[in-house]
Ligand binder design. Structure first.
Ligand SMILES: Nc1ncnc2c1ncn2[C@@H]1O[C@H](COP(=O)(O)OP(=O)(O)OP(=O)(O)O)[C@@H](O)[C@H]1O
Ligand SMILES: [Mg+2]
Length: 367
């Protein structure tokens, strides 16, 4: 069951006055694990359900394996779906829950037994076939939901926040399992989450959504390091935004007043602007000693410690710059002397190549 491609072409889906999906286009490649990521209410479930055929769009087309499926009912679209609330039948055994979709398809009993056994094996539930849902843990229930979708051997598997009801540790274990399963089956998977770490960890590519639209599509690396908009930069991971006046705007760089000094950042801005917002990740900032020279080309500035939070593997320090901006620095694998007292003046440095720069106008519109 090799995966097939999915094309979403200019889809709009409304609920009354709410435009849940707004003229959105995406292309998902065969065999890819593609994630829809975005805040609550941005339209992820609506888009997934439209692809599955549970909603009918007001405009646009869905293609699965190049074929337009707009008028094909859900059970004939060659998609399997794991729902946000995983709707397992409470009075049926694990085996019967998994077999349910096959029974409706008029498949022989022998074949059903074979396929259900294999699906249960794939999600590592062998031995629990006779249990009822109330005799299973949350993670096991979640696996039943996955097995039930996999057993019909769809060429596209749609998963709507399949791990949202699990505790943090189990979520991490299950996402590894889901990724392994997807690779093993060679299936195309469209995976929905609002958890950015989960998206970064499992996806081939990610679409970051915001109010019914796609803000950026790219690999985890692209989205984290080259965010297309300030909305994406702020949503993925933690970042610090510094508002700066523009001194001179060039085609591929901009000279700005950064904390009282003129600094040139490489960047291509779409519009002419008086103000930019510079996004610097906490791990890109380094605290240096008073006498230390930063590496060649690095920017140096000073700030005061506001507070520090010890998180075991790292130390998160909030600082306040001379101009009153609060921002965070992350120190990995900290030693006791990294714990700085409140009010202490420190020097920081960072590389201008490691930042993202956005126009001030765009920032005001999206954040
Ligand atoms: N059946 C419905 N009737 C009316 N409005 C709806 C319906 N379903 C969704 N909406 C609205 O459409 C928008 C998108 O909802 P959707 O469920 O797709 O968001 P989501 O990204 O999946 O959010 P979450 O992360 O909370 O699951 C929201 O504003 C929501 O209130
Ligand atoms: Mg949802």
């Amino acid at each position: 069951m090799a995966g097939v491609g999915v094309k979403v072409e200019n889809i709009t889906k409304r609920f009354g006055k709410v435009v849940a999906v707004d003229n959105l286009s995406l292309e998902i490649k065969p065999g890819e694990l593609f994630t829809l990521l975005g805040p609550s209410g941005c339209g992820k479930t609506t888009l997934l359900r439209t692809i599955a055929g549970f909603y009918f769009q007001e405009a646009g087309s869905i293609r699965i394996d190049e074929k337009i499926v707009d008028h094909i009912p859900p059970h004939k679209r060659d998609t399997g779906m794991v729902f946000q609330s995983y709707a397992i039948f409470p009075f049926m055994s694990v085996f019967d829950n998994v077999a349910y979709g096959l029974k409706a398809r008029k498949i022989s009993r022998d074949e059903i037994r074979k396929r259900v056994t294999r699906a249960i094996e794939l999600v590592r539930l062998t031995g629990l076939e006779k249990r009822r849902p109330d005799q299973l843990s949350g993670g096991q229930l979640q696996r039943v939901a996955v097995a039930r979708a996999v057993v019909i051997e769809p060429r596209v598997l749609l998963m709507d926040e399949p791990l949202s009801n699990l505790d943090a540790k189990l979520r991490v274990e299950m996402r590894v399992d889901i990724r392994r399963l997807q690779k093993k089956l060679g299936i195309t998977m469209i995976y929905v989450t609002h958890d950015q770490e989960e998206a970064l960890a499992i996806s081939d590519r990610i679409a970051v959504m915001s109010t019914g639209k796609v803000a950026q599509v790219g690999s985890a690396w692209d989205i984290y390091n080259k965010p297309a908009t300030s909305h994406v930069a702020g949503f993925i991971g933690v970042t610090n935004f510094f508002a700066c006046q523009v001194v001179k705007q060039g085609a591929e760089s901009v000279l700005v007043d950064f904390q009282g000094q003129n600094v040139e950042f490489p960047c291509v801005l779409k519009e002419k602007t008086e103000e930019v917002v510079v996004s610097v990740r906490p791990e890109s900032l380094e605290i240096i000693g008073k006498g230390d020279q930063p590496a060649e080309g690095n920017i140096r500035f000073s700030a005061k410690v506001f507070d520090t939070i010890y998180l075991g593997a790292d130390l998160r320090i909030t600082l306040e710059s001379g101009s009153g901006d609060r921002f965070q620095v992350e120190v990995n694998n900290p030693s006791p002397e990294d714990q700085l007292e409140e009010g202490r003046e420190v020097e920081l440095c960072f590389s201008p190549a490691e930042v993202s720069v956005f126009s001030g106008k765009e920032f005001d519109e999206t954040v």
